[in-house]
Design a protein around this ligand. Structure first.
Ligand code: NDP
Length: 314
């Protein structure tokens, strides 16, 4: 069994090798799982489970059959110059990861919709500052990007009663969500939303899609939530528009440069909530099944599921 499956090499900046190894071997006891720092026979490596490996990483492994991105966003992987050609690339597409993301988005949207920062500030002043809540159906939320994570978040938002708009490249259908597609629809969607949630992958087409001009198309005072990638947005323009009040508030989990620089003006804006890129993470206990299924498919000569298209960028 071990020989038939070969070896999986693991690389990640996080200290989670043993957790992944145990989770994978629960499903595939015959799979040899080695950390990249301990490969003795690179020619036996058939599978690479990686998050941001160093330059030249794959060149040592002539018999690689599958690259598995240890996360949902593949932008840093597909941008590499040293990717081996014609090796399929998959990513983590785990329903539990989508649920974790939907939980974060729901929290961020409810926080803006229920004006929680206003009440937190009032509490600090010891003030009983009543503001009548708005009904969720009077609040429009736009979810930009309706992939595995975006669609789950949009579904949760409409379940809470928000008027939910969705936007993607090709037409999508999600019950209870008004779906729009294509560049020509984007500004119209932005102009209707009280809360905008970015859930797009970072690709050549989406990089800086939210520049100064486009951000200015948002409704005055609307809130902005970015849980996707910082480089989708011109961060200097976002900062200016927050300062001017055109964008009323923001919840930011991702930034053009991470970690966000210590002196960045965003840190000190009371209308901005900053979290350090953790809206959702790959969960070994549940993602391992999907990875194991793909390894079994490769080992039996089938094509893997959930592959990405490097040329498209996601
Ligand atoms: P998917 O790849 O499943 O879906 C991408 C969605 O974006 C699709 O609806 C796609 O449209 C749409 N899209 C892509 N390009 C364009 C475009 N040019 N114009 C309009 N729509 C476009 O992504 P996921 O939902 O799995 O994840 C989204 C992103 O979330 C990831 O790429 C990653 O960067 C980020 N992420 C952030 C995390 C965090 O902790 N902050 C954790 C995990 C992921 P179509 O359906 O037509 O292809």
């Amino acid at each position: 069994m071990e020989q038939a499956l070969g070896t999986l090499v693991f690389y990640s900046d996080f200290d989670d090798f043993d957790t992944w190894k145990n989770a994978l071997q629960m499903h595939l006891p015959g799979l040899k799982v080695v950390h990249a720092s301990a490969i003795d026979r690179p020619e036996d490596v058939h599978y690479a489970l990686v998050w941001k490996p160093p330059e030249g990483f794959f060149q040592r492994m002539p018999n690689l059959r599958l690259i598995i991105n240890l996360g949902a966003g593949v932008d840093s992987l597909v941008a590499r110059q040293d990717l081996p050609k014609d090796i399929p690339i998959t990513r983590i597409t785990d329903p539990n990861m989508a649920r974790m993301m939907a939980g974060y988005v729901l929290f961020a949207v409810l926080r803006h919709a229920r004006e929680i920062p206003f009440f937190e500030a009032a509490q600090r002043r010891g003030a009983w500052a009543y503001r009548h809540p708005r009904s969720p159906e009077d609040i429009t939320v736009a979810v930009l990007g309706l992939g595995q994570l975006g669609a789950t978040a949009a579904h949760e938002l409409q379940r809470q009663g928000f008027r939910t708009l969705g936007w993607s490249r090709s037409p999508a259908r999600i019950e209870g969500v008004e779906c729009f597609a294509g560049m020509e629809a984007l500004d119209g969607v932005l102009g209707q939303a009280d809360i905008v949630v970015l859930m797009l992958p970072l690709t050549p087409l989406t990089k800086h899609l939210f520049d100064r001009q486009r951000l200015a198309k948002m409704r005055p005072g609307a809130a902005f939530v970015n849980v996707a990638r910082g480089a989708l947005v011109d961060q200097a323009a976002l900062t200016d528009l927050l300062r001017s009040g055109h964008i009323g508030a923001a919840t930011l989990d991702v930034f053009e440069r991470e970690p966000l620089a210590p002196g960045d003006p965003l840190w000190n804006m009371p209308q901005v909530l900053i979290t350090p890129h953790l809206a959702s993470v790959a969960i070994p206990s549940t993602s391992a099944r999907q990875i194991a299924e793909n390894i079994e498919r490769i080992a039996s000569g089938q094509a893997p599921a959930h592959t990405i298209e490097p040329a498209r960028g996601y």
